[in-house]
Design a protein around this ligand. Structure first.
Ligand code: PEP
Ligand code: MG
Length: 753
């Protein structure tokens, strides 16, 4: 037997192992050869390689010195035995007397009881433990530090060898453990790290068939239902949901479903057909799921999700497992993962343990998303195949700013992430300091910063971030989350609440921008070839003036005694605006005639979203009180590039000479009209973009709440006069983009981006 490895011999060992890896073709022979080399170099009787399979299993895959029969038979789970301990800690374990350790797990088939000392090191790849390498000796001894170091070095190579092999059968070495990066849609922003927790709603129903006493089973259903109602009331009551908003509506609608007579009578009927109480609930649930699979309408899918959740909840009460199940084993930093879930299901989890919610489906108006936003939980949706890729217990890094998720990110990415989170916190703290400071440039130019909002919960941000008002309140969003078209009273309540939440700061209502891809569940529109350019927004409202009248009436009433700002989307010609404005004033007159005071002042504006309108500005400005540039639509028509087509997303740059020239023309056309020119497209939320817009002459920007701080910080460091000359000079260049030039300008002038 050779002497134990010397420090300088570790390179030699590495070379020998590499040689085996490079020259031996057969997978098993290669791993066997490696164990023989290591055992020899370490002067050990045993060297073994355990490879991780799936999330938890460590399989003895090669050994020198243990019983050959144990290979491909002996497994340990992560955390089990000394091998499992190494995998769990991702650290070496070095023991002179292995059996004396509390974690020691005796596996007689290996014959390892003959060996006293044990050293195990993790096989790490991309920050993940993909297996464990062990060395054992008969003689009790503590392995020297340099021996452990050498073993760790060689383990790196072994990990590569292990992973580079096509495993036999279903033994998928590390395949499902590799780091994965997914892109999704940010539904509620936030950056966080946590542990995956799969939201499972499987509940085994033991006895599907009733013992024959249908009345007794119906009694059980009814009692369980009663219990469920009580529990739901308690849950909603206890949920830490701030203030008013659409989340309340969503939960109320859910609550109403729980009272649905049709659902209950179908369950009763199923019991009468011979099923047990549980069987009947499960059966009706299956029927609904089958319907759900065929349903493409997002709204009805939401409703069916609610019913699915309710069925499950009722089952829990029937089998006596209500509530508790989901909280068990929930990590303290849970990243909840599911295809979709109902709004009430989210409330079953203790808020303090939830770091983020990741959905395979999901949209801004999904009920669970609305509730998650009220709870201030970061949410990403549209994460295709997510539940298939991740398992409970995986580490997950959620970048809810850039719409990315890293599954099993590895040590390095985690570290980067921690830094990013820290930096984000620091930035937040800086912006909080800026909150009450003026949005004034270094050379004294005032710029008004407002926010864009869709739900009531967004409006609350106006005070939180210190914005001047709400520059765009997209009224179709609350319509989209409701189950029926809100009548004038409903709308009035909603708009009044919106104005209240703005606390006296101006709030600009935009009339409904429906049609195209913004569908209302209760109002089906014919499919169109080209919906963005189709029957939508003001076009549709002018053709259905009753709807416009009702909406404006509700706004006029809600504003009673306060200023009313209304703007109309997708105006293509002045006459359209004129007609809309006439309807607005007719509603104001109507209110006055009825002795209701009406708004203190009225401001009627047009959105510049269709290029044709830009060429009618002199005529338009004679009728408007303000103008607002909706660059999301305006630029998609300007470049003829669909804003929803990912292939077009980077094709043209918003910071191109053509766009700057176009916007300069808009600013110049509004000059002298003595009315506000606002910019409310999402583009203004980008700091560099906002800098360019201020340089062009825009003095009112409406942005996402999170952008108010960064844009203000940029502004306070900027001298607008020289910037204006520079930006205008860029507008005549032949470049595809001037982004780099603007960035260089910012760097040179110490403007924070
Ligand atoms: C726009 O088009 O720029 C805009 C603000 O409206 P929306 O994004 O709602 O279409
Ligand atoms: Mg628009």
């Amino acid at each position: 037997m050779t002497q134990p490895i010397r420090p300088d011999a570790s390179r030699l060992l590495l070379r020998r192992v590499r040689e085996v890896a490079a020259t031996v073709v057969d997978r098993q022979d290669r791993l066997d050869g490696i164990t023989a080399e290591i055992a020899d170099a370490m002067g050990a009787e045993v060297c073994s390689i355990y490879i991780r399979h799936g999330q938890n299993r460590l399989l003895l895959t090669a050994t020198m010195g243990l019983n050959a029969e144990a290979v491909h038979n002996t497994t340990l789970t992560v955390g089990e035995g000394l091998v499992g301990l190494v995998a769990e800690r991702a650290q070496p374990v070095n023991l002179p007397e292995a059996a004396a350790h509390e974690n020691f797990a005796h596996r007689p088939e290996t014959g390892e009881e003959a060996f006293h000392s044990f050293v195990g090191v993790p096989l790490l790849r991309g920050g993940l433990v993909v297996g464990v390498l062990t060395v054992q000796n008969v003689r009790p001894r503590l392995y020297a530090r340099d021996e452990v170091d050498a073993l760790q070095t060689v383990a790196m190579l072994v990990a590569e060898v292990a992973a580079s092999h096509e495993p036999p059968g279903d033994n998928n070495i590390g395949e499902d453990l590799r780091p994965v990066r997914l892109e999704g849609r940010v539904l509620n922003a936030g950056v966080t790290l946590g542990t995956a927790y799969m939201h499972e709603v499987r509940l085994p129903v033991q006895s599907m068939v009733s013992g024959g006493d249908a009345a007794a089973e119906i009694g059980r259903v009814d009692r369980a239902l009663e219990e469920m109602h009580r529990a739901l009331d308690d849950r909603f009551h206890a949920a830490d949901l701030a203030g008013e908003g659409e989340h309340r509506e969503v939960l109320q609608a859910y609550r109403m479903f729980a009272e649905d007579r049709g659902w209950l009578s179908r369950i009763h009927e199923a019991v009468r057909s011979g099923l047990s109480a549980e069987g009947a609930v499960a059966r009706i649930q299956e029927q609904m799921r089958a319907r759900m699979r065929q349903m493409h309408d997002p709204f009805f899918r939401e409703r069916l999700h609610d019913l699915d959740d309710l069925s499950h909840r009722l089952l829990e009460h029937l089998v006596g497992e209500a509530g508790g199940m989901r909280k068990e084993a929930l990590p303290a930093d849970a990243v909840l993962i599911t295809r979709h879930m109902g709004p009430a299901e989210l409330l079953d989890y203790p808020r303090e343990k939830l770091r983020a919610l990741l959905l395979e489906e999901g949209s801004h108006t999904a009920h669970v998303v609305i509730v998650a936003r009220a709870l201030d939980i970061p949410v990403l949706g549209d994460l295709k195949d997510l539940p298939a890729i991740v398992e409970s217990g995986d580490r997950v890094a959620v970048d809810g700013e850039n719409g990315q998720v890293f599954i099993r990110p590895g040590i390095e990415v985690e570290q980067n992430f921690r830094h990013a989170m820290h930096a984000r916190e620091e930035r937040r703290a800086q912006f909080a300091v800026l909150r009450d400071k003026a949005a004034r440039s270094a050379d004294g130019v005032e710029v008004s910063l407002s926010i864009n909002a869709g739900l009531l919960i967004d409006i609350r941000q106006v005070t939180a971030v210190g914005a001047d008002g709400v520059g765009l309140y997209r009224t179709e969003i609350p319509f989209m989350v409701r189950s029926r078209f809100p009548d004038v009273e409903d709308q009035q309540r909603l708009y009044r609440r919106a104005l209240d939440l703005a606390e006296g700061r101006p709030l600009v209502f935009r009339t409904l921008d429906i049609g195209g891809d913004k569908v209302l569940p209760y109002w089906r529109l014919a499919e169109e070839e080209n919906p963005a350019m189709g029957w939508r927004a003001l076009r549709l409202m002018l053709d259905r003036p009753q709807m416009l009248r009702q909406q404006l009436r509700a706004m006029v009433r809600a504003a009673g005694g306060r200023d009313l700002h209304v703007m109309f989307p997708m105006v293509a010609e002045v006459s359209e605006f004129a007609r809309a404005r006439t309807i607005l004033y007719a509603e104001i007159d109507r209110e006055r005639r009825r002795g209701r005071g009406g708004p203190a002042a009225v401001h009627a504006g047009a959105m510049l979203e269709v290029p044709a309108l830009v060429w009618q500005m002199p005529a338009l400005l004679r009728l408007t009180d303000f103008i607002s540039v909706g660059s999301n639509d305006l630029l998609q028509f300007f470049f003829a590039a669909d804003r929803t087509n990912p292939k077009m997303a980077t094709r043209y740059d918003l910071l191109s000479p053509a766009v700057l020239a176009f916007f300069a023309h808009i600013v110049d056309s509004a000059e002298g009209a003595n009315q506000p020119l606002t910019f409310c497209g999402e583009m203004a939320g980008g700091v560099l973009e906002a800098m360019a817009l201020v340089g062009l002459g825009f003095r009112k920007l409406s942005v996402a709440p999170a952008s108010v701080g960064p844009v203000k910080a940029m502004l306070r460091a900027t001298e607008v006069a020289p910037l204006a000359d520079y930006v205008r000079s860029l507008a005549t260049l032949p470049d595809h983009t001037v982004r780099d030039k603007l960035r260089a300008y910012a760097l040179d002038h110490e403007i924070p981006l």
